[in-house]
Write a new protein. Structure first.
Length: 133
């Protein structure tokens, strides 16, 4: 049974995910692609943190969170491999968008990440509502 403080933490992470996704969509609409990619990735990252909260797995490093997500939810076939691929791609594109100089993002890549982020957040939220709450 999920503890009240766990539920509160999960709900907080889901709220962060939803807000980040809405920010990403707004930025994308306004052609602020670097920032849109950043917020889209974070919507996925916060969703993964929500899932890991229930398992008591915490990590402050992005690579660690992604690794836990893959181990606990992909390798166990709870979620399809496409979610892992989307999270990894979003992480890589976010790294490029945030830290590369003189690199322009391809609109096709940004559009794909936006679509994947929406799907990712929705699938994670649905799982949490159905199986954890």
């Amino acid at each position: 049974m999920i503890q009240p403080e766990e539920k509160e933490a999960i709900e907080f992470r889901l709220k962060e995910a939803e807000e980040s996704l809405q920010d990403a969509l707004s930025l994308f609409t306004n052609k602020r692609y670097r920032s849109a990619v950043n917020r889209a990735y974070y919507s996925m990252f916060y969703s993964a943190l929500a899932l890991l909260e229930n398992k008591g797995l915490k990590n402050s490093k992005h690579v660690g969170v992604i690794s836990y997500f893959d181990k606990e939810f992909i390798k166990t076939n709870i979620f399809p491999k496409e979610l892992s691929k989307a999270l990894h791609k979003a992480f890589e594109l976010r790294q490029e968008a945030d830290y590369s100089i003189l690199v322009e993002l391809e609109i096709e890549d940004v559009t794909e990440i936006m679509n994947q982020a929406q799907s990712f957040v929705k699938q994670i939220r649905n799982y949490i509502v159905e199986y954890l709450f």
